[in-house]
Design a protein around this ligand. Structure first.
Ligand code: SAH
Length: 279
């Protein structure tokens, strides 16, 4: 009897084992999954991307929460969220928690930003196809992965060498499994306070660590008309600003700032590096 129960259990486990098939092909910007129905979304994604139905269900449930808070604005940004496999960017022990609404530890004393915060920061950037986008603070790699569904020119810098190398490895493994869109991410290791002069200027810059001012080199590397989204404020208490740079006919630069969360305080991992005054 016991043995029979065990066998039934084993057979059920085999049937329920998540499908880990590779995505069948490269991401096509013309391809939109059904976004209005959980069941249709899961079915479509399993067929077109070969992803695990359980994780897709979690992704869709978080998506509904994120759009309820107005954190994703356009169909392209919504699709980017629904396409990005967040479970691949968290620590292995957190795969089942990948779609929780709060920060998760990713090692090295840093965290992956919550899905809604990342969603709104991404939407505020208004990324257009072909835009050159620079991210400061690669971390888990999730934010840049999300950006690849909006443009194919993504640059990202991480200051912690071991984390930069680990995340490069994550991208390489995913590219090998069929996520060819992640080939458009150019990773680098260094202090992002100084931007990425070799690839400048950028249409958009997203800073995913907090600092008490907008780094002048980043403003300099932003194109006229460009947008920067950056958490600004004292340690652990930033407000997320959208800064739009314009250059007048007289050559004078103007930076118009607005707060994308209406003044809400959102703590970020500090922007570290040599620019900081000694404490
Ligand atoms: N965008 C990340 C969020 C990671 S948290 C994600 O998708 O998971 C912020 C990251 O910024 C950390 O990995 C931290 O090491 C990095 N960071 C902090 N100061 C930095 C600097 N001066 N230059 C580049 N990266 C920095």
């Amino acid at each position: 009897m016991l043995r029979r129960e065990f066998l039934i259990g084993a057979a059920a486990a085999l049937v329920a084992a998540p499908a880990r098939a590779d995505p069948p092909g490269a991401f096509d910007p013309g391809l939109f999954p059904p976004m209005g129905s959980r069941a249709e979304f899961i079915e479509w994604m399993v067929a077109h991307r070969g992803e695990d139905a359980v994780q897709l269900g979690r992704r869709y449930d978080r998506y509904l929460e994120v759009i309820a808070f107005n954190d994703l604005w356009t169909p392209r940004e919504k699709r980017a969220f629904l396409f990005t496999p967040r479970e691949e960017f968290v620590l292995p022990e957190d795969r089942d928690n990948a779609y929780v609404g709060h920060y998760l530890d990713i090692g090295f004393g840093v965290t992956i930003t919550p899905p809604g915060t990342m969603g709104r920061m991404t939407s505020a950037l208004v990324v257009r196809p072909g835009d050159h986008v620079l991210e400061i603070g690669t971390g888990s790699g999730y934010q840049s992965a999300l950006l690849t569904y909006l443009t194919d020119n993504v640059y990202t810098i991480e200051i912690i060498p071991e984390l930069a190398a680990r995340t490069r490895g994550v991208y390489d493994r995913l590219i090998g499994r069929g996520y060819k869109e992640f080939s458009s991410i150019k990773t680098s290791q260094g202090d992002g306070y100084y931007g990425f002069a070799a690839a400048a200027p950028f249409d958009k810059i997203i800073v995913t660590c907090g600092i008490d001012h907008i780094p002048p080199p980043l403003l300099q590397q932003l194109k006229p008309g460009g947008i920067m989204v950056i958490p600004v404020g004292p340690p652990g208490a930033q407000r997320i600003l959208k800064a739009v740079k314009t250059v007048g006919a007289d050559g004078a630069t103007t930076v118009a700032r607005s707060d994308i969360f209406g003044g809400k305080i959102i703590p970020f991992v500090p922007l570290s590096g040599g620019h900081q005054p000694p404490s």
